[in-house]
Write a protein that binds this ligand. Structure first.
Ligand code: ADP
Ligand code: MG
Ligand code: ZN
Length: 502
């Protein structure tokens, strides 16, 4: 199907009600793998972090990683789930070269956490509750690299390389209940859910959850049903959608595609699909296996997991404040609207601003620098705000110098320039670039006299009572002092010299 065959988003929503299901895999940041002691360091030499267990060699036996279980319980609790009294691992059988055991150790009908929810906040401030069906433990697969094909896919490749360093790294799969009632905001809800989940995972400290590194991956299920119909339609499952923007686009595209197929009297096949970052479309993958194809059965080599209630309660009591609650608290403390808070969040500026305030800046100034000048720089360079080469303490120092009248905004921006260029701390740059505001009354007075002498017509207007015209003279003074004059003081002196009072 080409993009032009799609039904417009508005038309699709006029006829159908979308239902979604989001499956998120989080790679835990444990030091060792889920069922063996191999290291999990990224970027190691291929196959240097493997052992008989994660290579699935005969006779090897797995042992469960306690931190992996603890992280799973903490994630489950943070998602308001029940924690199983007793549960087991299960073998999910399939043959695939990057799965050397020929089964994945996962959980099936006995997940460690189930029946919870996550509240997510939409752009307009409204909170939408997403039901969580389950969060279960499993392990990651190895990685194949196909050589010789045009697209990096297996088709047309001459040979493939296999790296088992990732095989056995702990994963938590978090599956939502069918998400209904989002209507035309379905794409936004999907994105907000994944964003909120990512924040939550980071707040728990169980993973860095960087989507671009594959530490958080999302499969997007979408189906449509005619308005008023109770039963769900057939879903498609778009795999490995690896950015927030892509999640939103994939949902939107699938809604339009399903509507086109259904509107033509066609049927949706239950299949997995691939998302294409370049044009925002999806294409057919493979026809979806049914659960029975995997011949799940309880893992005989691992003991059941029975989390003690006292331990679970202790973990519950130690949970950090949820990101949503924290954002609401910060919003009140900073005195900003839900909408403004949303832009702070979208800009990735929450942590930098918090740290800048802790380093002594006031909230408004911290927001202004990060969302203004620094966001602009990050945007120009196509990097995250937090990875600009400037620390919150340095931003706080600039804000403090501005608040003290030592710098004005323009000079402050030049100091920021210097810090980003690697010239050192703000005070050093102020000194070396000679950026301090000219407060010396003598020098300022001389600049004022020159400005008046050079602009006699303007000066006359001001003398005649048009004090607004003084702005042009202030401008001349600022120009003459390369922006370093104290503008307010310059204006006072101009009015004084011209004998007018306001
Ligand atoms: P699978 O392993 O086949 O992908 P899961 O149960 O793990 O199945 O995940 C399916 C996801 O899709 C869940 O989030 C579920 O709530 C959701 N879902 C199930 N049926 C539908 C449907 N008809 N339309 C949209 N989403 C659905
Ligand atoms: Mg799935
Ligand atoms: Zn191993």
């Amino acid at each position: 199907m080409t993009v032009t065959d799609l039904v417009s988003y508005e038309d699709a929503l006029a006829s159908y009600d979308p239902v979604m299901g989001l499956e998120v895999h989080v790679e835990l940041g444990t030091k060792t793998k889920m069922f063996c002691g191999c290291a999990t360091t990224l970027g190691a030499e291929p196959n240097s972090q493997t052992c008989p267990t994660c290579l699935g060699l005969p006779g090897s036996l797995p042992v469960v990683n306690a931190t992996g279980v603890e992280s799973a319980v903490r994630i489950g609790l943070a998602l308001n789930c029940e924690i199983a009294e007793w549960c087991r691992f299960a073998r999910k059988n399939y043959f695939y070269p990057d799965m050397p055991k020929n089964f994945q150790t996962s959980q099936y009908d006995e997940p460690i956490a189930f029946d919870g929810y996550l509240d997510v906040q939409l752009a307009d401030g409204e909170v939408f509750r997403v039901g969580i069906e389950r969060a279960h433990m499993e392990e990651d697969t190895g990685k194949s690299t196909h050589i010789g094909g045009a697209t990096g896919r297996i088709h047309g490749a001459r040979h493939s390389l296999l790296d088992y360093n990732r095989a056995g790294i702990p994963l938590i799969e978090i599956v939502t209940k069918p998400i209904v009632g989002a209507g035309d905001r379905a794409p936004e809800v999907a994105r907000a859910y994944v964003a909120e989940l990512r924040e939550l995972i980071r707040a728990l400290g169980v993973s860095e959850a960087r989507m671009e590194m594959g530490q958080l991956r999302c499969d997007v299920n979408v189906s449509l049903r005619p308005h008023g119909q109770e039963a769900f339609g057939t879903r498609s499952e778009t795999k490995n959608v690896n950015s927030l923007r892509s999640v939103e686009r994939a949902v939107r595209f699938e809604i339009q595609r399903h509507a086109a197929v259904l509107g033509d009297g066609g049927t949706i096949v239950q299949e997995t699909r691939h998302f294409h970052e370049d044009n925002g479309t999806t294409t057919s993958g493979r026809v979806k296996e049914e659960a029975e194809d995997y011949r799940y059965f309880p893992e005989p080599d691992l003991v059941p997991i029975a989390p003690e209630r006292e331990w679970v309660e202790r973990l519950r009591a130690e949970l950090p404040e949820t990101p949503l609650a924290r954002r609401n608290r910060l919003r009140d403390e900073w005195g900003v609207s839900a909408h403004e808070m949303q832009s702070v969040l979208n800009a990735g500026a929450v942590e930098p601003i918090v740290a800048t305030i802790e380093a002594g800046a006031d909230a408004a100034a911290a927001r202004k620098w990060w969302l203004g000048e620094l966001a602009r720089r990050a945007n120009e360079q196509g990097v995250e705000l937090a990875s600009l080469p400037i620390t919150p303490a340095q931003v706080a120092r600039v804000a403090t110098l501005v608040a003290a009248g030592e710098l004005n905004d323009k000079l402050g921006r030049q100091v920021i320039d210097g810090v980003l260029a690697g010239e050192g701390d703000p005070d050093v740059i102020v000194e070396q670039r000679g950026l301090r505001i000219v407060k010396d009354e003598g020098a300022l007075g001389a600049a004022v006299d020159e400005a008046i002498a050079a602009n006699p017509a303007v000066a006359d207007k001001v003398r005649g009572g048009k004090t607004a015209a003084a702005g042009a003279l202030v401008g001349a003074v600022m120009k003459a002092t390369r922006g370093q004059a104290d503008a307010a003081r310059a204006r006072e002196l101009i009015l004084e010299r011209l004998g007018v009072t306001e």
